[in-house]
Design a protein around this ligand. Structure first.
Ligand SMILES: O=C(O)COP(=O)(O)O
Ligand SMILES: [Mg+2]
Length: 225
Protein backbone atom coordinates (compact mmCIF):
# COMPACT_ATOMS: atom_id res chain seq x y z
CA UNK A 1 0.00 0.00 0.00
CA UNK A 2 1.33 3.43 -0.86
CA UNK A 3 1.86 5.93 1.92
CA UNK A 4 -0.12 9.15 2.21
CA UNK A 5 2.09 12.05 1.18
CA UNK A 6 1.97 15.55 2.61
CA UNK A 7 3.61 17.96 0.15
CA UNK A 8 4.86 21.35 1.34
CA UNK A 9 5.59 24.44 -0.69
CA UNK A 10 8.84 26.05 0.51
CA UNK A 11 8.98 29.88 0.40
CA UNK A 12 6.26 31.36 2.59
CA UNK A 13 4.93 27.96 3.71
CA UNK A 14 7.65 25.82 5.27
CA UNK A 15 10.32 28.48 5.71
CA UNK A 16 10.14 32.26 6.09
CA UNK A 17 12.76 33.14 3.49
CA UNK A 18 11.65 36.73 2.88
CA UNK A 19 14.63 38.57 4.47
CA UNK A 20 17.18 36.58 2.44
CA UNK A 21 15.16 36.73 -0.79
CA UNK A 22 14.82 40.51 -0.49
CA UNK A 23 18.51 40.97 0.40
CA UNK A 24 19.69 38.73 -2.46
CA UNK A 25 17.36 40.28 -5.00
CA UNK A 26 18.44 43.78 -3.94
CA UNK A 27 22.09 42.74 -4.16
CA UNK A 28 21.50 41.93 -7.84
CA UNK A 29 19.12 44.67 -8.97
CA UNK A 30 20.77 47.63 -7.28
CA UNK A 31 23.90 46.88 -9.34
CA UNK A 32 21.73 47.61 -12.39
CA UNK A 33 20.65 50.92 -10.86
CA UNK A 34 17.20 49.76 -9.72
CA UNK A 35 15.76 50.99 -6.43
CA UNK A 36 15.68 48.20 -3.82
CA UNK A 37 12.46 46.28 -3.25
CA UNK A 38 10.73 45.86 0.10
CA UNK A 39 9.09 42.94 1.86
CA UNK A 40 5.75 44.29 0.63
CA UNK A 41 6.85 43.97 -3.00
CA UNK A 42 7.83 40.34 -2.46
CA UNK A 43 4.24 39.05 -2.32
CA UNK A 44 3.91 40.00 -5.98
CA UNK A 45 7.41 38.95 -7.05
CA UNK A 46 7.95 35.51 -5.51
CA UNK A 47 6.39 32.11 -6.21
CA UNK A 48 7.21 31.61 -9.89
CA UNK A 49 10.94 30.95 -9.57
CA UNK A 50 13.96 33.26 -9.49
CA UNK A 51 13.90 34.18 -13.21
CA UNK A 52 10.30 35.36 -12.99
CA UNK A 53 11.12 37.23 -9.77
CA UNK A 54 13.87 39.20 -11.52
CA UNK A 55 11.72 39.82 -14.60
CA UNK A 56 8.82 41.03 -12.47
CA UNK A 57 11.15 43.33 -10.52
CA UNK A 58 12.41 44.98 -13.70
CA UNK A 59 8.80 45.36 -14.94
CA UNK A 60 7.83 46.85 -11.55
CA UNK A 61 10.63 49.42 -11.91
CA UNK A 62 9.85 50.06 -15.60
CA UNK A 63 13.34 49.00 -16.68
CA UNK A 64 14.07 46.91 -19.79
CA UNK A 65 15.85 43.59 -19.26
CA UNK A 66 17.76 41.87 -22.07
CA UNK A 67 18.39 38.12 -22.10
CA UNK A 68 22.04 38.78 -21.27
CA UNK A 69 21.06 41.10 -18.38
CA UNK A 70 18.72 38.42 -17.06
CA UNK A 71 21.50 35.81 -17.13
CA UNK A 72 23.80 38.19 -15.26
CA UNK A 73 21.10 39.08 -12.72
CA UNK A 74 20.35 35.39 -12.17
CA UNK A 75 23.98 34.62 -11.47
CA UNK A 76 24.32 37.55 -9.04
CA UNK A 77 21.10 36.59 -7.24
CA UNK A 78 21.81 32.86 -7.05
CA UNK A 79 25.48 33.23 -5.99
CA UNK A 80 24.66 35.76 -3.26
CA UNK A 81 21.64 33.80 -1.99
CA UNK A 82 23.41 30.43 -2.10
CA UNK A 83 26.54 31.86 -0.48
CA UNK A 84 24.66 33.17 2.56
CA UNK A 85 22.36 30.19 3.21
CA UNK A 86 20.55 29.57 5.45
CA UNK A 87 20.98 33.24 6.41
CA UNK A 88 18.06 34.58 8.42
CA UNK A 89 15.56 32.09 6.98
CA UNK A 90 13.69 30.11 9.64
CA UNK A 91 10.96 27.46 9.58
CA UNK A 92 7.51 28.83 10.46
CA UNK A 93 6.31 28.42 14.06
CA UNK A 94 5.12 24.90 14.82
CA UNK A 95 6.03 23.38 11.45
CA UNK A 96 8.88 21.17 12.72
CA UNK A 97 6.68 19.75 15.49
CA UNK A 98 3.85 19.28 12.98
CA UNK A 99 6.19 17.31 10.69
CA UNK A 100 7.27 15.18 13.68
CA UNK A 101 3.59 14.43 14.36
CA UNK A 102 2.84 13.54 10.75
CA UNK A 103 5.93 11.35 10.35
CA UNK A 104 5.12 9.52 13.61
CA UNK A 105 1.63 8.83 12.23
CA UNK A 106 3.15 7.26 9.10
CA UNK A 107 2.85 10.14 6.64
CA UNK A 108 5.56 10.64 4.03
CA UNK A 109 6.68 14.26 3.57
CA UNK A 110 7.82 16.01 0.40
CA UNK A 111 8.66 19.50 -0.90
CA UNK A 112 7.37 20.95 -4.18
CA UNK A 113 8.76 24.44 -4.78
CA UNK A 114 9.37 26.69 -7.77
CA UNK A 115 12.79 27.57 -6.32
CA UNK A 116 15.74 26.09 -8.19
CA UNK A 117 16.17 22.57 -6.79
CA UNK A 118 19.80 23.30 -5.88
CA UNK A 119 18.74 26.34 -3.78
CA UNK A 120 15.89 24.42 -2.16
CA UNK A 121 18.19 21.52 -1.21
CA UNK A 122 20.91 23.82 0.03
CA UNK A 123 18.46 25.77 2.21
CA UNK A 124 16.84 22.63 3.63
CA UNK A 125 20.30 21.12 4.26
CA UNK A 126 21.39 24.30 6.04
CA UNK A 127 18.33 24.11 8.29
CA UNK A 128 18.83 20.40 8.93
CA UNK A 129 15.43 19.58 7.44
CA UNK A 130 16.39 17.60 4.30
CA UNK A 131 16.34 14.11 5.85
CA UNK A 132 12.62 14.55 6.62
CA UNK A 133 11.62 14.58 2.96
CA UNK A 134 11.22 11.60 0.64
CA UNK A 135 11.30 13.99 -2.33
CA UNK A 136 12.45 17.58 -2.87
CA UNK A 137 11.63 19.00 -6.30
CA UNK A 138 12.19 22.49 -7.68
CA UNK A 139 11.09 24.67 -10.56
CA UNK A 140 13.86 23.21 -12.74
CA UNK A 141 13.57 19.53 -11.72
CA UNK A 142 11.11 18.64 -14.47
CA UNK A 143 10.21 20.16 -17.83
CA UNK A 144 7.28 21.94 -16.17
CA UNK A 145 6.71 23.66 -12.82
CA UNK A 146 3.78 24.73 -10.61
CA UNK A 147 0.96 25.35 -11.49
CA UNK A 148 1.42 22.53 -14.03
CA UNK A 149 -0.13 19.39 -12.51
CA UNK A 150 2.86 17.27 -13.53
CA UNK A 151 5.21 19.03 -11.10
CA UNK A 152 3.07 17.96 -8.14
CA UNK A 153 2.16 14.54 -9.56
CA UNK A 154 5.83 13.72 -10.20
CA UNK A 155 6.76 14.88 -6.69
CA UNK A 156 4.11 12.59 -5.16
CA UNK A 157 5.29 9.71 -7.36
CA UNK A 158 8.94 10.27 -6.35
CA UNK A 159 7.87 10.19 -2.71
CA UNK A 160 6.18 6.84 -3.30
CA UNK A 161 2.60 8.09 -3.06
CA UNK A 162 -0.54 8.47 -5.14
CA UNK A 163 -2.52 11.67 -5.79
CA UNK A 164 -5.71 10.35 -4.17
CA UNK A 165 -3.88 10.03 -0.86
CA UNK A 166 -1.85 13.24 -1.01
CA UNK A 167 -2.26 16.80 0.26
CA UNK A 168 -0.55 19.97 -1.02
CA UNK A 169 0.10 22.75 1.51
CA UNK A 170 0.95 26.21 0.20
CA UNK A 171 0.75 29.96 0.64
CA UNK A 172 -0.06 31.23 -2.82
CA UNK A 173 -1.84 30.92 -6.14
CA UNK A 174 0.46 28.38 -7.82
CA UNK A 175 0.20 25.98 -4.88
CA UNK A 176 -3.60 25.90 -4.79
CA UNK A 177 -3.77 25.89 -8.60
CA UNK A 178 -1.33 22.99 -9.00
CA UNK A 179 -3.35 20.98 -6.46
CA UNK A 180 -6.58 21.69 -8.35
CA UNK A 181 -4.92 20.87 -11.68
CA UNK A 182 -3.65 17.57 -10.27
CA UNK A 183 -6.91 16.75 -8.42
CA UNK A 184 -5.00 16.71 -5.13
CA UNK A 185 -6.49 18.09 -1.87
CA UNK A 186 -5.12 21.48 -0.87
CA UNK A 187 -4.44 23.31 2.37
CA UNK A 188 -3.74 27.05 2.31
CA UNK A 189 -1.75 28.98 4.92
CA UNK A 190 -2.38 32.72 5.43
CA UNK A 191 1.08 33.81 6.66
CA UNK A 192 3.13 33.52 3.43
CA UNK A 193 3.78 35.74 0.43
CA UNK A 194 0.51 35.87 -1.47
CA UNK A 195 -0.67 39.17 -2.95
CA UNK A 196 -4.29 38.01 -2.56
CA UNK A 197 -6.03 36.50 0.47
CA UNK A 198 -5.73 32.76 0.93
CA UNK A 199 -9.55 32.60 1.17
CA UNK A 200 -9.87 33.99 -2.38
CA UNK A 201 -7.77 31.10 -3.72
CA UNK A 202 -10.32 28.62 -2.33
CA UNK A 203 -8.12 25.84 -0.98
CA UNK A 204 -10.00 22.81 0.40
CA UNK A 205 -8.93 23.88 3.88
CA UNK A 206 -7.12 26.78 5.57
CA UNK A 207 -4.69 26.13 8.43
CA UNK A 208 -3.82 29.33 10.31
CA UNK A 209 -1.08 27.85 12.51
CA UNK A 210 0.91 24.63 12.10
CA UNK A 211 -0.22 23.60 15.60
CA UNK A 212 -3.56 22.82 13.90
CA UNK A 213 -1.96 20.54 11.29
CA UNK A 214 -2.64 17.09 12.76
CA UNK A 215 -2.74 13.58 11.25
CA UNK A 216 -6.50 13.49 12.03
CA UNK A 217 -7.10 16.70 10.06
CA UNK A 218 -5.26 15.34 7.03
CA UNK A 219 -6.98 11.99 7.31
CA UNK A 220 -10.39 13.69 7.26
CA UNK A 221 -9.38 15.86 4.29
CA UNK A 222 -8.17 12.88 2.25
CA UNK A 223 -11.35 10.94 3.11
CA UNK A 224 -13.54 13.79 1.83
CA UNK A 225 -15.45 12.89 -1.31
O1 LIG B 1 9.54 31.78 -6.47
C1 LIG B 1 10.28 31.00 -5.88
O2 LIG B 1 11.53 31.12 -5.90
C2 LIG B 1 9.74 29.78 -5.16
O3 LIG B 1 8.59 29.98 -4.40
P1 LIG B 1 7.82 28.73 -3.72
O4 LIG B 1 8.79 28.00 -2.79
O5 LIG B 1 6.75 29.43 -2.94
O6 LIG B 1 7.31 27.86 -4.83
MG1 LIG C 1 5.26 29.84 -1.57
Amino acid sequence: MSASVVVFDLDGTLVDTAPDLVASLNHAITQAGLAPVSYGDLTHLVGHGAKAMIERTFTLRGKPLSAADLDWQMKEFVDFYHGSMPGDSIPYPGVVTAMDRLAAAGYTLAVCTNKLEMLARSLLNGLGLSPRFAAITGGDTFAVRKPDAEHLLSTIRLAGGVPEKAVMIGDSLNDILVAKNASVRSIGVPFGYSDVSIESLEPDLIVRHFDDLTPELIERLIARA
